[in-house]
Design a protein around this ligand. Structure first.
Ligand SMILES: [Cu+2]
Length: 243
């Protein structure tokens, strides 16, 4: 009996003490059960609503009233090095054509707008013949409209370093309508255009080609100012992978 009564006393306090020390501590940390008390998914409700889209008035108004311009990046055809840029901008009396080409042999090189904006063939034959929407014969750029193609832009003259620059206003090139050159191609030829031989001036192989693409017209550049030189890029878009 004593042992029975004596034993339970000590253990009970021990157990109780242990329970208070450990059990209670454990209980405190575990019983509040945050899962149960936490109302479901408070985070989702806390996340702030996405910021309202910033108004962009510039984008909305820019394209409307600006004049149309165009640009072609000339890339060499297979086996050639000629490359450069051509820009077309509206000007008084027609369209101003500014050309910069490098990688040429010194001398004259026929320079035309051809009828298809396709430079994919290794020899640029994919660009088709001269752009001649009015059906006139081939001629010089300063010939009467009835004696030249719209695409007849004459010759480029390359200096000893192989560079050619030209800047003239053409009265037949257009940037809108049936005679628009946008979507056509610019071609530089190996040889001089004699302005006589039909239908293309006997200018020889096509050594560079570029598709003429319309550009979002910035307010037209002042006549004296050459367009920004973009010749720094080491290579213009290479001709298609048909080697
Ligand atoms: Cu040509």
């Amino acid at each position: 009996m004593r042992t029975r009564t004596a034993w339970p006393v000590i253990p009970t306090t021990f157990v109780c003490a242990l329970a208070l020390v450990f059990g209670c501590n454990q209980g405190e940390s575990s019983t509040p059960s945050p899962q149960a008390s936490a109302p479901t998914a408070p985070r989702a409700a806390v996340t702030p609503p996405s910021p309202p889209p910033a108004p962009t008035p510039a984008e909305a108004t820019a394209p409307a009233a600006t004049p149309k311009s165009a640009e072609a990046k000339l890339a060499p055809t297979q086996g050639n090095q000629a490359h450069g840029t051509v820009t077309f901008t509206p000007a008084e009396g027609g369209v101003r054509v500014v050309v910069h080409v490098e990688g040429l042999e010194m001398g004259a090189h026929g320079f035309h707008v051809h009828e298809k904006g396709d430079c994919s063939a290794p020899d640029a034959s994919s660009a088709g013949g001269h752009f001649a929407p009015h059906g006139s014969p081939h001629g010089a750029p300063d010939a009467e409209p009835s004696h030249r193609h719209v695409g007849d832009l004459g010759n480029l003259e390359a200096d000893a370093s192989g560079k050619a620059d030209a800047d003239r206003i053409d009265s037949m090139i257009e940037l809108e309508g049936d005679a628009s050159v946008i979507g056509k191609a610019v071609i530089v030829h190996e040889n001089k255009d004699d302005f006589t031989t039909q239908p293309s001036g006997n200018a020889g192989a096509r050594i560079a080609c570029g598709v003429i693409e319309g550009t979002a017209g910035t307010p037209s550049t002042a006549p004296g100012t050459a367009p920004a030189p973009k010749a720094e890029t080491p290579s213009a878009p290479a001709p298609p992978p048909t080697h």
